[in-house]
Design a protein around this ligand. Structure first.
Ligand SMILES: C[S@@+](CC[C@H](N)C(=O)[O-])C[C@H]1O[C@@H](n2cnc3c(N)ncnc32)[C@H](O)[C@@H]1O
Length: 303
């Protein structure tokens, strides 16, 4: 939503000292969003070049897993604000030739928003580069809302999220007929999620869900212990894919009962994706309807 079509002045969201007030901007943008769909939803598709600052998904690590759209935007960029160590420096070197590079880690919105806004207003090409896909645990929307309230348009350019890189590395699918009918993208309890908001045990308990746990490398033991306490089968397959698609990628495969020791032995505390469920092994699935029994398909088949 642009500042212009929401009926709220950019100034309404500024703190008394003239600095942007991200919390007020988020409230105002949320209220406007509830009232009306953004006109740009009808005007543009994912992948279209648009006015404003693109929030680009860098993909999981390997520079070749960046989208073509993302690469073109980085090639034209004067300023790239990137997600620090989660974005492979090889990608920055290969595709951000000549751009000023700023690491967003350790900067709050009050610092990031004026940095991007001022550069945009000076007619510099600005790219905000997130790891994976910005829509998954990227905290992109709050930056976009704060920028929009400052009169700076924004949009998302999708990327390959780390769960998709992990499934490719594991040579499996996250959905598999009968054994993994659903996928959950989730994270464990901690500073951001309370125990009540941690649904990992519920997803695993559903039986046919592949549970992809982001931001949980440091908490593998706690998570597995909770699953055991809740009575889940200790033999349930679990994979921990560290740095999927990076040169130092590592894959640890085990079970709810064994994976914590293996991850601790390897010494990983961050930057891994934890996958729980039968999709890890890719075993036991049924032939799908998609490539079978064409002659007997009903008219309402939609796949
Ligand atoms: C702040 S979240 C960002 C997720 C990102 N937006 C995405 O779509 O992958 C960071 C978490 O993503 C996961 N992650 C990011 N890159 C990864 C990679 N290359 N391999 C495995 N996990 C990764 C880890 O669980 C890490 O703690």
């Amino acid at each position: 939503m642009t500042g212009g079509d929401s009926g709220v002045d950019a100034n309404d969201t500024e703190a008394g000292d003239g600095k942007p007030d991200p919390a007020a901007a988020i409230d105002a943008q949320s209220a406007a969003r509830r009232e009306d769909l953004d006109d740009r939803i009808a005007d543009y598709s994912a992948g279209d070049e648009q006015a404003g600052i693109p929030f680009v998904g860098a993909g999981p690590g390997d520079p070749r897993l960046l989208t073509v759209a993302g690469r073109e935007l980085l090639a034209d960029a004067d300023l790239v604000v990137h997600a620090g160590s989660l974005v492979n420096s090889e990608l920055l070197e290969a595709y951000c030739d000549g751009a000023e590079l700023v690491n967003s880690v350790g900067k709050d919105l009050e610092e990031l928003i004026p940095l991007m806004r001022d550069a945009y207003e000076e007619d510099r090409e600005v790219v905000r580069l997130h790891s994976g896909d910005p829509a998954i645990y990227g905290a992109a929307l709050e930056q976009m809302d704060a920028l929009e309230r400052e009169g700076v348009p924004t949009y998302i350019v999708p990327g390959v999220t780390s769960a998709f890189a992990a499934s490719a590395t594991l040579r499996t699918q996250l959905t598999l007929n009968e054994v993994a009918n659903h996928v959950a993208f989730t994270r464990p309890q901690g500073k951001t999620l309370s125990a009540d908001e941690d649904h990992i045990s519920e997803f695993v308990g559903m039986g046919d869900v592949t549970t992809c746990i982001y931001l949980g490398t440091h908490a593998v033991r706690d998570t597995m212990e909770r699953l055991l306490e809740d009575g889940h089968d200790p033999e349930t397959p679990v994979a921990v894919v560290y740095h999927a698609s990076w040169p130092d990628e590592d894959v640890i495969v085990g079970t709810i009962g064994t994976i914590a020791d293996a991850v601790e032995d390897a010494g990983y505390r961050a930057s891994a994706l934890v996958v729980v469920g039968e999709a890890v092994t890719g075993a036991g699935y049924e032939r799908s309807y998609l490539y079978g029994e064409w002659a007997n398909r009903s008219d309402d088949a939609d796949e």
